[in-house]
Design a protein. Structure first.
Length: 151
């Protein structure tokens, strides 16, 4: 084994599921927290912004992010051995993440009122949070599957 390959941060596929779930959940919490702070500073009724954000989150979660999670899990589950910790999603998805982060920064620095922007942050944040649960479920199931194969 060469010296460079020893430096590659590798983990079992099970921990890729855990890492992906933690990443999605962490970003979801961060986005929802930002929206909450913006709405708590607003003089308008927060329900006017929370309700459409939650409805949009359920739609995005069900029709968008769950498909991405299933694709990622379908790619991770057949893996064997130790894999790079960044392989919980394909490399082209990192480009999409960079674009989404850039859009978030641009929107936060735009002249759009924060309370209206909070609807989108709730929608994306809550849908990421909800979708992360599937990663955690498969992480837990991977231990049960391992126990069944050992018996």
């Amino acid at each position: 084994m060469n010296n460079l390959s020893r430096l590659k941060p590798g983990v079992n596929k099970r921990y890729l599921m855990l890492l992906a779930g933690a990443m999605w959940m962490g970003v979801g919490i961060m986005l929802c927290n930002m929206a909450y702070r913006w709405l708590s500073d607003s003089s308008e009724s927060a329900a006017f912004f929370y309700i459409p954000g939650i409805v949009a989150a359920l739609v995005i979660h069900h029709f968008g992010f769950l498909r991405i999670v299933d694709r990622n899990l379908g790619r991770i589950k057949p893996m064997s051995g130790r894999r790079c910790i960044f392989s919980f999603m394909p490399w082209r998805s990192y480009l999409l993440v960079a674009v989404m982060m850039t859009m978030g920064i641009v929107l936060r620095n735009s002249s759009l009122p924060r309370n209206y922007l909070s609807v989108m942050y709730i929608a994306i944040g809550l849908s990421l949070f909800l979708s992360s649960i599937r990663y955690f479920r498969h992480f837990i199931l991977s231990f049960r599957e391992r126990e069944e194969t050992e018996q």
